[in-house]
Design a protein around this ligand. Sequence first.
Ligand SMILES: Cc1cc2nc3c(=O)[nH]c(=O)nc-3n(C[C@H](O)[C@H](O)[C@H](O)COP(=O)(O)O)c2cc1C
Length: 224
Amino acid sequence: MITDTDKTEPRRTQVTADASPRDRKDAGRPAPADHPIHPLIGKRWSPRAMAGRPVSRGALLSLLEAARWAPSSYNEQPWRFVVGTHEEADFRERLQTLLMEGNAWARQAPVLILSAYLPESSRSGDTNRMAFRDLGAAEENLVLQAYDLGLVAHQMAGFDAEAARRLLPDGMEPGTMIAIAHPASPDSLSDKLAEREQRPRRRRPLREFVSIGSASGFADGEGD
Ligand SMILES: Cc1cc2nc3c(=O)[nH]c(=O)nc-3n(C[C@H](O)[C@H](O)[C@H](O)COP(=O)(O)O)c2cc1C
């Protein structure tokens, strides 16, 4: 079992210390990690405060390029990304209508993405059990690339999946929606959301989800 004494010193990863001047302007909410992690991983989080100003086409293409280079089972690359930006305002509005009310803040984002995947293997025609996983890996690449460029990204499950499926070509399954923007101050949100935006970030400790040397060494969880 992993215990607290396995924590690596120094206990907290100094994410902001490595940040460029551009990053320091958006200090963000760096992960209070127990062991050293890459600054970019610590820096990523899911803000709701988003500036409405456009994201450049070049930056957007870098995000999608990062997704492209994710690993996937048999290199099938079953991910698909449907994108609406300020340049395709009507289409972006269509994507906005898919969002659940709880994600209304994401309507502000200049870029909305509906991610999707091919559930059938293009190789064998069988169900590709790894497809949704592969999409997740591609999304994480995309999101990390966004933070490296000084943008913010927020993945969402809260959207009308049925309506999204109707929008997609036959045989494609909806994954998530992703809002991408330049960062904004939490003051731009309602008080309730602004407060959520500034809560300490929390994760289960390693001992609750890692079992080394046996399959039953997971510590009981107290939740996240
Ligand atoms: C697949 C997925 C779906 C999510 N759906 C929503 C959502 O619908 N609305 C929302 O506000 N946040 C959503 N989130 C963000 C999570 O709440 C967030 O990642 C989690 O609380 C951890 O916070 P962090 O990303 O800031 O570290 C989603 C994240 C993922 C990965």
